[in-house]
Design a binder for this molecule. Structure first.
Ligand SMILES: Nc1ncnc2c1ncn2[C@@H]1O[C@H](COP(=O)(O)OP(=O)(O)OP(=O)(O)O)[C@@H](O)[C@H]1O
Ligand SMILES: [K+]
Ligand SMILES: [Mg+2]
Length: 670
């Protein structure tokens, strides 16, 4: 799903403008202490210096009031614009959703047609090839391929079988499924997702609250500084203590730049996550992603490409390839995993079978706990395939060659599956594991940022070691059951680290909930999606790496603009203080501070104030797009950003204020 380049099209201009003014409401503004002080200051200037002394009609006071008003409007605009972009993305998602007719299965087996909006949790529906899936649910019966491109933008169809989750709005391409609807109207996954992207549930994140509080304290200190300056200025003559000038000084000194952009930066961070097709359930999750110390990735599907294909049968002595192939085929007849299907295909090829043979029996599905799958045939035979250690535990005296062949496969980075019938090991199936391209570079980037990558796999040690080495992860754990993954997360967290992980199965749900950032796959089970704090609509596990990047960028953007904002105020201090007291002979020493050579006190104050206002819209693009950054350690990044944004933050206003002063001079205002 590609969101158009500039989602804030003409439709949004009206709402952005309306919101810009609506946000002036002091009851809303109070949540932003810095801008609230500006608003109060503006009201004071308008009241005392313009309304009360309206006869005088001094253009200086009026100009200051207008610039102050613009400063506040730029701030409310930044937030309104960021929100509108989020809404535009939400509308885009909503357009992909449409109402359909659903075939509801009645208890007596008959079907009735109802509108999809009438389906409730527990409704059972039948979906046939070509039908749109009428709501979020799970598959009860059948196997079919589903086109999820409306949701994910991914054109390759996804196979859905019993217990898989399906999403309303996607289309069944083949076969027939019986579904159980899992949500009530208005609560579908898409509904909730849209509400989230729309920012309806947006709350300030802990870091944002901490930074706002800090900015609030800083503002309070400057209010005290300026208030105590009033009697001093009065002493030197009433002119210097003009209320308008005092308010202008205050507004220049308090961190208005970051105060104006803080909220927009947070909203834009969530928007950027949704631009990579990930829905974050909270801004907090995006922020946590930026602070991650350890990333836990599973092997199959994340580090290696998802469908491991069977490529070879390696029988033990005394067993023919055909015999092993047949046992493998039988063990996989009921196995709907990509591994199972590829075993069936390879066996069919070797046995020259065009159609599948019929066997009756009780299927034993694969589970990450038993690490095997198979079938209990009606004739009494028990056929199993699975991880070599799991099979070894249920056979008598496995021949030495089983181990030798398993190692052969593992050392090649493949997954060996052992096959047994009634306690007799027949041989090994080689599943090919292919490491995804480009991962090594990404893991190197993370290492440079000080983030550790750990692969957690249910596979054997040797395969795990080979794949870990090839992919370039920092560490791995092998033969891990789901609870081992949780234990690993808890261990890292106990050391004070923030952990991110990705997963798709019901098995992964507890680990997703335990992790600080749990990215669930949209193709995964509902349990996993409920447990995670982010959902990847493309179901691409490597997306976690993008999410961490977006989180980092959010934190750096906030840090950079905070540094810039505070550095900026230094220059404004040098512009205003000498100008304020320029007419006082006793303070002629202050003239040395007038390094910009500003001509008149009013000109200096207006220039500083205009610069202070204009820097806000000038930085909106950085707030929305995020500042540029590269993969490096947190320390280096901090140092570089303080240098760039801090030094620039001091220099730029000197140039800007000087320039504005010259322009005002042309109009006789300075
Ligand atoms: N369909 C299957 N039938 C039988 N055994 C399987 C099947 N799929 C996997 N296995 C075996 O069970 C082991 C554990 O599977 P599990 O899904 O826990 O881990 P994995 O797929 O190897 O790696 P990851 O933890 O990264 O998903 C696999 O390594 C493999 O040996
Ligand atoms: K300021
Ligand atoms: Mg697996």
């Amino acid at each position: 799903m590609a969101v158009q380049d500039d989602p804030v099209s003409q439709n949004y201009v009206g709402s952005v403008l309306k919101d810009t003014f609506r946000k002036l409401d002091p009851r809303e503004m109070i949540h932003n202490p810095v801008m609230f002080v500006v608003e109060v200051g503006t009201a004071v200037v308008i009241w005392l210096d313009i309304v009360a002394k309206s006869a005088s009609g001094r253009s200086y006071d009026t100009l200051v009031a207008v610039i102050l008003l613009m400063t506040i409007l730029f701030a409310t605009f930044a937030e309104a614009y960021a929100e509108a972009r989020g809404r535009a993305q939400a509308d885009f998602l909503r357009r992909t959703k449409s109402s359909t007719r659903a075939k509801v299965l009645q208890p007596d087996g008959s079907t009735t047609m109802v509108d999809s909006s009438q389906l409730t949790r527990g409704s059972r529906v039948i979906v046939e090839a070509g039908d749109m899936i009428p709501g979020d649910g799970v598959v009860l019966e059948g196997v079919g391929s589903v086109d999820e491109s409306a949701i994910t933008g991914e054109s390759a169809p996804v196979v859905k079988a019993k217990e898989d989750a399906v999403t309303g709005g996607t289309v069944l391409l083949s076969d027939r499924l019986v579904l159980e609807i899992t949500v009530n109207p208005g609560e579908t996954f898409l509904d909730r997702m849209i509400a989230l992207v729309e920012g309806a549930e947006r709350q300030k994140t802990p870091n944002e609250i901490a930074l706002s509080a800090l900015l609030g304290v800083l503002t309070l200190i400057f209010v005290l500084v300026v208030v105590t300056l009033v009697p001093i200025a009065r002493y030197f003559g009433p002119h210097a203590a003009n209320i308008t000038t005092m308010v202008a000084l205050l507004v220049c000194l308090i961190p208005t730049t970051i105060g104006a952009l803080l909220s927009a930066i947070g909203i834009a961070g969530m928007n950027r996550v949704s631009l990579v097709n990930v829905v974050a359930k909270s801004g907090r999750a995006v922020e946590a992603a930026g602070d991650i110390d350890t990333i836990i990735l599973d092997k199959t599907g994340t580090i290696t490409i998802g469908n491991r294909m069977a490529t070879e049968f390696l029988p033990v002595p005394g067993v023919s390839v055909e015999e092993l192939a047949e046992a493998s085929l039988i063990s996989s007849l009921a196995d709907t995993t990509p591994e199972g299907r590829s075993v069936v295909e390879l066996a069919q090829k070797i046995l020259h079978l065009d159609t599948l043979p019929e066997y009756t029996g009780e299927p034993v599905p694969f589970s990450a706990h038993t690490r095997m799958s198979g079938i209990d045939l009606a004739d009494g035979r028990q056929v199993r395939k699975g991880a070599v250690s799991a099979i070894r535990a249920i056979v008598q005296d496995a021949p030495h060659e089983l181990e030798v062949n398993a190692e052969l496969v593992a050392k090649d980075g493949g997954t060996p599956l052992a096959v047994e019938v009634d306690g007799r090991a027949l041989g090994i199936i080689r599943l090919k594991d292919i490491v995804k391209s480009g991962l090594k570079e990404r893991f190197a980037d993370f290492r440079a940022m000080g983030i550790r990558t750990v692969m957690a796999t249910g596979d054997n040690r040797i395969t795990a070691a080979v794949i870990a080495q090839e992919a370039g992860v920092d560490d791995f754990i092998a033969e891990a059951k789901p609870e081992d993954k949780i234990a690993l997360i808890k261990k890292e967290q106990a050391e004070g680290k923030l952990v991110a992980m990705t997963g798709d199965g019901t098995n992964d749900a507890p680990a997703l909930a335990q992790a600080d950032v749990g990215l669930a796959m949209n193709s995964g089970t509902m349990a996993a999606k409920e447990a995670g704090n982010m959902i990847d609509l493309d179901s691409n596990p490597t997306k976690l790496l993008d999410v961490v990047m977006v989180g980092k960028q959010l934190l750096i953007t906030r840090g950079a603009l905070t540094t810039f904002s505070i550095a900026n105020d230094v220059a404004k201090y040098f512009a205003i203080i000498p100008a304020m007291f320029a007419a006082v002979p006793e303070l002629s020493g202050l003239r040395a501070l007038n390094i910009m050579g500003l001509k008149t006190p009013h000109g200096a104050i207006l220039s500083a104030l205009i610069f202070n206002a204009l820097i806000i819209p000038a930085l909106i693009p950085f707030a929305i797009k995020g500042v540029k950054y590269r993969a490096e350690s947190a320390d280096k990044m901090l140092a570089r950003n303080i240098f760039n944004w801090g030094i620039l933050g001091v220099i730029i206003p000197f140039i800007g204020i000087w320039g504005i002063d010259r322009i005002l001079g042309l109009f006789g205002l300075a």
